[in-house]
Design a protein around this ligand. Structure first.
Ligand code: C2O
Ligand code: CU
Length: 458
């Protein structure tokens, strides 16, 4: 089965090259990978401040950056299903921002879309009860028209949701030891090693030749000779990644955007478009201690070299069964109730021939009711582009892609789905909460250019 999927992926790559991303430079493994701090609650809430600062990415040089609770990127917020959680969000920037929780089932008023502006100096509290499966989610700004720039400068962090299932499965979960978040972002530094977004901005996605993983330039990661869980996030504005191991070995995918797959899936490579996540298990106990092992991108660029420690650690077997995800017969029998057509490029991107308007509600839906959204990526005369389609405030199921069952890697909870030109994807969408939610292309420049709409859930 993986063979067939690789075929699909290759086809995807072919379509994608409208953007023709420049090659990334290889990692020269100079720096140990930064592991983001786990955020501890204080006085009953998680304090999160968006701020600006400088970061020494290149030796002896300060680069101007943004970050959450620090100068660059953000912490990991670990929460558990059933918990009542409060985020204390503060804007320490000199421009407005919002705090959007990508993948979180949260009432619309706390979702942090473009309506929930936080002015410089302002603090707001977001309260909700965690009501979804164990998963790896993330947070980033969503300020209208400048999301791409704020993310590019460094505003992004992670959310780990745990639940009873994740705590009893016996998966590697020792944070920073055998369980690592890996945030992949490409950047272009100018001749003063600064991130000059306006100079490199591209309406079809700003891309760079320099990879940062968790904000680390030229990273390497030291791991034990054991099974290690890697939580991959494509946090880039526009670049897609196809991850594989230089040894040609396979790895096990265990989770999609919003939860575990039903069982570990053996994969030799995996493609993520902007906004998507996957959790994989790499078994480093199979590695000879002095052999080189690294995560590569397509074209064999070295993304992340690993140093495997000599000590053999006990590596328990992975459980055979992880989840009970299923598209039900009822969901399959529902007829389409919302049709969306993604179209265009650059400044002319649209959904259903319209660009985003803060004052227009495009769709309504009833809380707790499942509807089928049919999303079509209409090709243009030049072929078109892949659009990673994202819906706020929910995890959806992919019912079909061009009338067929989705590949196994997409048989799990998703909040972002890559749609190729000409493809039609049917999604079963249910909102547990009320409020106004965005749906949009997660190529951040397309989002900023108006490839976004709003659904009101009541
Ligand atoms: Cu990850 Cu509307 O965003
Ligand atoms: Cu797009």
């Amino acid at each position: 089965k993986p063979e067939q999927k690789m075929g699909d992926m290759e086809e995807m790559e072919g379509h994608m090259n409208h953007v023709n991303p420049p090659a990334l430079n290889d990692s020269t493994e100079e720096n140990e990978l930064a592991v983001p701090p786990l955020l501890e609650p204080k006085d009953g809430s998680y304090p999160i401040t968006a701020q600006q600062g400088t970061t020494e990415l290149f030796e002896g040089i300060q680069t101007e950056t943004y970050g959450y609770n620090g100068s660059f990127l953000g912490p990991v917020i670990r929460i558990k299903r059933g918990d009542a959680v409060t985020f204390k969000t503060r804007n320490g920037l000199t421009e407005p921002t919002t705090f959007h929780w990508h993948g979180l089932d949260i009432p619309g008023k706390g979702d942090g879309g473009p309506h929930q502006i936080i002015e410089p100096g302002e603090t707001k509290y977001v309260k909700f009860t965690v009501n979804q499966e164990a998963s790896t989610l993330w947070f980033h700004p969503h300020q209208k028209g400048i999301t791409a720039e704020q993310v590019y400068k460094g505003l992004a962090g992670l959310i780990y949701v745990e639940d009873e299932n994740s705590q009893k499965l016996g998966l590697p979960d020792h944070y920073g030891v055998n369980d690592f978040p890996l945030v992949f972002q490409d950047r272009q530094f100018d001749d003063k090693n600064q991130l000059n977004f306006k100079a490199v901005h591209n309406d079809d996605g700003t891309i760079g030749n320099t990879l940062l993983v968790n904000g680390t330039l030229n990273p390497k990661l030291t791991v034990g000779a054991e099974k290690v869980r890697l939580r991959l996030l494509n946090g880039s504005n526009a670049r897609n990644y196809t991850f594989k191991l230089n040894t040609g070995d396979s790895f096990q995918q265990i989770a999609t955007d919003g939860g575990f797959l039903n069982e570990p899936l053996e994969m030799s490579e995996i493609t993520l478009t902007p906004g998507e996540r996957a959790e994989i298990i790499v078994d480093f106990s199979r590695q000879k201690s002095d052999s080189d092992i690294a995560l590569l991108n397509e074209e064999d660029t070295i993304l992340l070299p690993f140093k495997v420690k000599k000590e053999q650690t006990n590596s328990a077997e992975l459980p055979e069964s992880l989840n009970d995800y299923k598209v039900t017969d009822e969901e399959r029998s529902l007829s389409v109730s919302k049709r969306l057509e993604l179209f265009g490029m650059g400044k002319h991107v649209t959904i259903n021939k319209k660009q985003f308007d803060m004052n227009r509600i495009d769709f309504t839906q009833k809380q707790g009711e499942t509807e089928i959204w049919e999303v079509y990526n209409k090709p243009d005369p030049m072929g078109g582009m892949i659009h990673p389609f994202h819906i706020h405030g929910t995890q959806f199921k992919i019912v079909s892609i061009d009338g067929e069952d989705p590949p196994e890697i997409l048989q799990g909870w998703k909040d972002t789905v890559a749609i190729e030109p000409g493809q039609t994807v049917k999604l079963a969408v249910k909102f547990k909460n009320k409020g106004i939610y965005m749906y949009h292309c997660h190529l951040l420049e397309h989002e900023d250019n108006g490839m976004m709409g709003q659904v009101e859930v009541n």
